[in-house]
Design a protein around this ligand. Structure first.
Ligand code: UTP
Length: 292
């Protein structure tokens, strides 16, 4: 079981402006909860105990959200709203939260590099702060990835999902070297053109790394925008002869990347429809709206 996770939340979120001018995209609501709460709950369910957020300027509301608010707790208890307590008491989740800041947004690879002292000699999960993975089954994607990490002696494990060919240019795409739901990755290509893509398997916002990733990240040259790309370091892991394993999302599993306006809208609608208390009403509303 992997006990440590790094959650990068320092990005600018420019694609979601103006909503993200003064609040982090990771705190935007998806139905009843902010995006990042889904990720924290998924990690707690996966057995993570130590969680490091890589935050940045303007992201303090994330720290506030996961901090204990005694006055709010007392108020909820006194007003018989005890059912909300469980959802707000993050101390009960068994997680210990750590925070560090990425002062200059030099890309996801640089954000992960900020987790080096936290990881020490242990393998760790990286879960993107703007990607929710909905798992209807018992084992989360991170639990299945952790099993693959141990069983296959991997240096890196990547969650992947199949995307339509016309969308491959939006993602890091893997080239599988073997078949199956858990497979060896030959290499990775960042945002390929559809005709050049080695597969339709897109990197899906969850990774497990051995600490060797930090040495490789330090060797990655910044791209044209000055960013250190995590994909480049993973490609170096493949090239070094170490094993990189891909784990496919199950057909019933879905990745929601809320980083762009259309996908944020879609994610909100999906989760609002799935809400056990209010989903039925939303469904009736949308059905009537679309018929009109
Ligand atoms: P994105 O690749 O979506 O980048 O980040 P972004 O900067 O947040 O978004 P845009 O392009 O400006 O709209 C994926 C994840 O990596 C984090 C983000 O917070 C997000 O959770 N990230 C990205 C960092 O922590 N630091 C960075 O320098 C870049």
């Amino acid at each position: 079981m992997i006990r440590k996770a790094v959650v990068p939340v320092a990005g600018l979120g420019a694609r979601l402006l103006p909503a993200t001018k003064s609040q982090p995209k990771e705190m935007l609501p998806v139905a009843k909860k902010p995006v990042v709460q889904y990720i924290v709950e998924e990690l707690a369910q996966s057995g993570v105990r130590q969680l490091l957020f890589i935050t940045g300027r303007g992201k303090t509301s994330i720290e506030n959200h996961f901090d204990r608010d005694q006055a709010l707790m007392d108020h909820l208890r006194q007003t018989n709203k005890g059912d909300l307590l469980a959802e707000l008491d993050f101390e009960q989740s068994g997680l210990h939260f750590w925070y560090t800041r990425q002062s200059v947004q030099r890309g996801l690879g640089d954000a992960v590099l900020h987790g080096e002292a936290f990881a020490g000699n242990d393998p760790f999960i990286v879960a993107l702060g703007d990607s929710i993975i909905r798992t209807p089954g018992d084992a989360t994607i991170c639990e299945r990835m952790a099993a693959a990490y141990e069983e296959r002696g991997a240096a890196a494990v990547i969650a992947v999902e199949e995307v339509p060919r016309e969308h491959v240019s939006l993602y890091g795409i893997v080239e599988p070297a073997t078949d199956g739901g858990v497979f060896t990755v030959g290499t990775l290509v960042e945002k390929p053109r559809p005709e050049e893509a080695p597969s339709r398997l897109a990197v899906a916002g969850r990774y497990i790394f051995a600490p060797v990733i930090f040495d490789l990240l330090r060797r990655v040259a910044p791209d044209a925008c000055g960013e250190i790309q995590l994909t480049d370091a993973i490609r170096m892991v493949c090239e070094s002869g170490r094993r990189v394993v891909g784990v496919k999302l199950e057909p019933a599993e879905k990745r929601y990347d809320i980083g762009s306006i259309p996908s944020y809208f879609e994610t909100f609608i999906d989760f609002a429809l799935a809400d056990p208390d209010h989903g039925g009403r939303v469904r009736d509303y949308l059905t009537a709206l679309l018929r009109a």
